[in-house]
Design a protein. Structure first.
Length: 66
């Protein structure tokens, strides 16, 4: 699986994921579980929707093959 998430995209996903999880904990709702999606995709550097849409924010000149 090729990485398709770049550094800036990864940072945004981590911050957004943690913010959604924190909100879910503060409001005691299951909404916080949704925060696991951007956090998980950031940690593995791969988003399943990007290939479908033909998007990649990863470095094109870098060796991104895992």
């Amino acid at each position: 699986m090729k990485k398709n998430i770049g550094k800036i995209d990864k940072t945004i996903r981590i911050v957004l994921g943690l913010a959604i999880i924190a909100y879910g904990l503060m409001t005691e709702s299951l909404l916080g579980l949704i925060g696991l999606v951007p956090l998980g995709t950031a940690l593995i550097s791969w988003c399943p929707l990007y290939p479908v849409c033909g998007i990649s924010t990863a470095c094109k000149n870098c060796d991104t093959e895992k």
